[in-house]
Design a protein. Structure first.
Length: 320
């Protein structure tokens, strides 16, 4: 496993929302560590606030200039207060296309695509959970989804917590403390080729950020194939755990990690989506493969990565 990654662009979707600003800030911090260029992309279609449709080439050119200025203003707003970030390596790209089409086309050779989302999603916004999930599904390069919290999300979670708590007791939703330093990079693996690429991506992130790397194999009996000694019977949980740990050890022996990365491997008897959502509460960055084809490869079928796009409580990267 190489200790450096392709210096292709980090392509970020920007649309003026707080979510996209958070994604841009994340990408800029990443680029400061890696030396990559950031391409801020706005895919636009005509909308009510752009006035009537131009009826000449000169009119279309004026519209494109206004769109470019809008994107520049958004980038300036997103980086306001980031004194340690330079815009020297930021490229601005506005495209007359839908957001997803613009990102997929411009980012087809990128090192990764980056988008933002709120914790509960916004169907009226360009970057909703469903948009992030469809982008992660269709892209051929890694897609990183940067999660942000909002006051509305927190107040609604508090309301739910209080509604379900016995009378005369005031409580609140225990939101993860995102300020704790040293939160690890976590990667979910299952032995498939896709999860090995996810492992490589996660190891690079851990190296760049100086964080520990935790490798998780979340298993159920159907994921283990034939457990030795149980060819004609259902294996016990203890036998399954031994089998899972053996499989994980084989995977770890077959991987190489950059010098200096503190690596820990764990096998847990839990469904992949549940285990990785739980892990996301304590991670700085969660990395998973997008899908497999059969057998063990099916462990990260699209439904798991889609659930994580919506429910992960930290930044998530889906690797293809």
């Amino acid at each position: 496993m190489a200790d450096n990654m392709n210096l292709a662009d980090i392509v970020v979707g920007v649309d003026g929302s707080d979510e996209s600003f958070a994604a841009l800030r994340w990408a800029l911090r990443e680029s400061q560590l890696t030396g990559q260029q950031v391409n801020a992309v706005y895919g636009w279609t005509r909308s009510w606030d752009m006035g009537p449709e131009p009826d000449s080439e000169d009119g279309w050119e004026q519209l494109r200039l206004r769109i470019a200025e809008r994107l520049r203003d958004w980038v300036d707003a997103a980086v306001a207060g980031m004194d340690d970030v330079s815009l020297d390596k930021v490229k601005l790209t506005s495209v007359h296309a839908s957001g997803s089409a613009a990102l997929l086309k411009i980012g087809e050779d990128a090192q990764q695509l980056v988008v933002g989302r709120r914790s509960l999603g916004r169907v009226a916004r360009w970057f909703t959970g469903s948009f992030s999930a469809s982008l992660a599904e269709e892209a051929t390069v890694p897609v990183t989804v940067v999660r942000i919290f909002s006051d509305e999300d927190e107040s609604m979670q508090d309301a739910i917590a209080n509604a379900l708590t016995p009378a005369n007791v005031t409580t609140g939703y225990d939101r993860p403390n995102l300020e704790i330093s040293g939160r690890p990079v976590v990667v979910g693996v299952d032995g498939s080729a896709t999860s090995r690429r996810a492992l490589e991506f996660a190891a690079h992130e851990a190296l760049v950020h100086g964080l520990p790397l935790h490798v998780l194999f979340c298993w159920q009996l159907r994921d283990l194939g034939t457990v030795p000694g149980y060819e004609n019977a259902i294996a016990s949980v203890e036998a399954g755990q031994n089998r899972a740990e053996h499989m994980l050890s084989d995977l770890m022996r077959g991987a190489s990690f950059p010098d200096g990365v503190d690596v820990h491997a764990h096998a847990f008897h839990i469904a992949a989506a549940k285990g990785l959502i739980a892990a996301s509460r304590y991670a700085s960055h969660l990395v998973v493969g997008s899908r497999g084809l059969s057998g063990l490869d099916a462990h990260f079928l699209g439904s798991v990565s889609k659930q994580l796009v919506v429910l992960s409580e930290c930044t998530l990267t889906v690797v293809h």
